[in-house]
Design a protein around this ligand. Structure first.
Ligand SMILES: Cc1cc2nc3c(=O)[nH]c(=O)nc-3n(C[C@H](O)[C@H](O)[C@H](O)COP(=O)(O)OP(=O)(O)OC[C@H]3O[C@@H](n4cnc5c(N)ncnc54)[C@H](O)[C@@H]3O)c2cc1C
Length: 264
């Protein structure tokens, strides 16, 4: 079943369970939520910004290729590789009144553009590594979560949710777009699907760290393993975990990690 546009949601929802079915495994494309011109404008902005970064040489070839694939998904595949995931939890994370019932709706960006980093912090292997997820450093990620927030708001104002929701707790008030983005920046958490720190990609998709401005230092510099999972430049060292997934996929990744393990 095709996911309907958010503006037509009333015609499709008669029980809260329908919400799950409509979301096609709880996934929804931005094209189900936003009108075409808004998405086109965002795509134009991203393309212009990538062109600037390309001309100044601050992005590695690996990140350029990731961004090219992600743009293609956004432009041409939102119906099949939706950008947003919607989750309905039967218990809320907040329970300010123990006698009341709560549930929670959340939206997750499946194809974030922001890139984090993990580096050793010391020659001592027992020391914790330096991890910087750099969540929401790309403006588009906050924008798409804003779209997700508005979609959830619309759902919560649609029967039968209107029949069962007495009060919105978190956030309690109606917020402007700027306030929602601020709220997202304060409250957003990871879905714990960390990946890509030892990306499976060609070795030459890189560049030297020293040739890049410090601000872009966190970007993954090049491919680490080949399709046989062998670390480039080594004789027989393999990596078989989530770190080799070369860019965020529209799925919870445990099954993919098992499949990666089967390759060794
Ligand atoms: C709270 C939570 C909920 C999740 N829920 C889901 C879900 O519902 N569905 C889904 O698909 N995915 C889920 N995930 C994601 C999924 O669990 C991970 O993507 C997956 O486990 C990653 O596998 P991995 O092999 O890369 O790393 P891990 O599973 O983390 O394995 C790393 C292993 O290395 C070991 N290790 C670490 N340091 C050392 C060391 N110095 N020496 C020796 N061993 C070491 C650790 O003990 C661990 O066994 C969830 C993750 C979290 C954190």
């Amino acid at each position: 079943m095709e996911s309907p546009p958010i503006s037509e949601i009333e015609a499709f929802v008669s029980t809260p369970f329908d919400y799950i079915i409509i979301g096609q495994r709880w996934n929804w494309g931005l094209n189900n939520i936003l009108n075409h011109s808004i998405i086109s404008t965002k795509i134009d902005e991203i393309e212009a910004e990538i062109a600037v970064r390309k001309s100044t040489g601050v992005l590695t070839e690996l990140v350029m290729q990731q961004y090219t694939i992600q743009l293609d998904w956004l432009k041409n595949k939102e119906g099949t590789l939706p950008h947003l995931e919607f989750l309905l939890f039967t218990q809320g994370l907040v329970k300010s009144n123990p006698k009341a019932c709560y549930f929670m709706m959340a939206a997750g960006a499946q194809h974030p553009r922001s890139r984090g980093s993990v580096h050793i912090s010391s020659a001592d292997p027992v020391q914790e590594p330096a991890i910087n997820p750099r969540y929401l450093t790309e403006e588009f990620d906050a924008f798409s979560l804003l779209a997700g927030y508005r979609a959830i708001e619309k759902l919560s104002q649609t029967p039968p949710f209107t029949d069962i929701i007495e009060e919105q707790i978190m956030p309690a008030a109606k917020l402007s777009d700027d306030e929602v983005i601020q709220y997202i920046r304060q409250t957003c958490i990871s879905g714990s699907h960390y990946m890509g720190t030892a990306a499976m990609a060609h070795r030459e998709l890189g560049g030297t760290q020293s040739s890049r401005p410090q601000i872009y230092f966190p970007y993954v510099l090049s491919g680490v393993v080949g399709s046989n999972l062998k670390v480039h430049g080594t004789a027989n060292l393999r990596v078989a975990d989530a770190s080799i997934i070369p860019l965020p996929i529209a799925a919870h990744i445990q099954a993919t990690v098992y499949a990666i393990g089967e390759k060794v």
